[in-house]
Design a protein around this ligand. Structure first.
Ligand code: ADP
Ligand code: MG
Length: 352
């Protein structure tokens, strides 16, 4: 693999809003990167800067090693799929897809062959004569995608491509997207605010917060080793315990009323935040309390989530923990004291 896209310290400000703040990121050839972040975190701005619709205030965008400063969008080796698809309403599906190739002045026969082949690829061959308003949402999404792919760019930028689809269609279309990405060999950078989608589809997930890149890692690493409190909370809503490391290397957490043993002991005296996922905590009826990685509390709430019961357990020290009780067990009764315990490997120390 080799680097296709490199962002080096890119900043972009709109009035008082710092949309991108010294952001650096590389994307390999043929890689699928998901950009994950809350509303207003700078995801769309990042794509627009790469595509050339916005010029950065500082930093550089390199494509294939070439600085893109001053290069107009159509001249860049990338294509963008816009959030609202931005199809031409008065043009047929065929003409929408052919538009970019015609602008390049390709011979008519070549254009027809390439458009046909591209429409075949996503099962839209029978829809070529239709206008966008005669298509379903999922079909419009595929036309927008094919319009970007038909020029065979090495990099495709997709801004919430599945955002307008309903939940059932979303998952299947996401898988199709991934298959197409593999088949074409293009690198995809896809914006989403849906963490499950990002984890399911991407080779690496880049998490944005206030215009900064907070972590970029493969899905499993991001979920199991979130670097910061923000990432831990944003992905799967992990619990965060606060404590101080004692001389014995154990972490004393007063608000949770528990002592944590970490897989890798931390420096005595350090203040530490530790993420702990709801599904890693076992809930038992009251019994003997283990000295480490355990706490007692009272169940205050339990909501059914399909995969199990998501319980809120109020601990003696005042803090509440989210605990997932598997669906094959009965919902724990409210107001009843319980014992929580977990493995040392479930404690994830956070950088900040
Ligand atoms: P996201 O796509 O993550 O929701 P955006 O990149 O669209 O976020 O926007 C990041 C921030 O920059 C937001 O606060 C947004 O309001 C602001 N912003 C984006 N584009 C413009 C613009 N053209 N003019 C003024 N503010 C903008
Ligand atoms: Mg956006």
């Amino acid at each position: 693999m080799s680097v296709l896209l490199a962002l080096e310290g890119v900043s972009k400000r709109f009035g008082a809003t710092q949309a991108l703040d010294g952001l650096s990121l590389t994307v390999e050839r043929g890689e699928f990167v998901a950009l994950l972040g809350g509303s207003g975190s700078g995801k769309s701005t990042l794509l627009r800067v790469v595509a050339g619709f916005e010029a950065p205030d500082a930093g550089r965008v390199l494509l294939d090693g070439a600085d893109q400063a001053g290069v107009a969008p159509p001249a860049r080796p990338c294509a963008m799929v816009f959030q609202n698809y931005a199809l031409f309403p008065h043009l047929s599906v065929f003409d929408n897809v052919a538009y970019g190739l015609r602008r390049e002045g390709l011979p008519k026969l070549d254009i027809a062959a390439r458009v046909q082949q591209a429409l075949d690829m996503v099962g839209l061959e029978a829809m070529a004569a239709r206008r966008p308003h005669q298509l379903s949402g999922g079909q419009r999404q595929r036309v927008a995608l094919v319009r970007a792919l038909v020029k065979r760019p090495p990099l495709v930028l997709l801004d919430e491509p599945l955002g307008a689809l309903d939940a059932a269609l979303r998952e299947a279309t996401g898988q199709e997207l991934r298959a197409l990405q593999r088949a074409t060999g293009a690198a995809f950078v896809m914006v989403t605010h849906d963490q499950a989608e990002a984890l399911a589809l991407a080779d690496r997930v880049a998490v944005l917060e206030a215009g900064r890149l907070v972590q970029c890692a493969p899905p499993q690493e991001l979920y199991e080793r979130p670097a910061t409190r923000f990432v831990a909370g944003f992905l799967g809503g992990a619990n965060v315990l606060e404590g101080v490391v004692g001389a014995d290397g154990l972490v004393q957490c007063p608000a949770a009323g528990c002592t944590l043993r970490l897989d890798a002991p931390a420096l005595p005296g350090t203040r530490l935040a530790v993420a702990l996922r709801a599904e890693r905590i076992a809930l038992a009826a009251e019994g003997e309390v283990p000295a480490e990685n355990a706490a007692t509390g009272v169940v205050r709430g339990a909501t059914y989530q399909g995969a199990g019961w998501l319980c809120t357990v109020a601990l003696a020290g005042g803090q509440s923990l989210r605990v997932l009780v598997p669906a094959d067990r009965a919902a724990p009764p409210l107001g009843v004291p319980v014992l929580l315990h977990w493995a040392a490997s479930a404690n994830i120390p956070l950088a900040d």
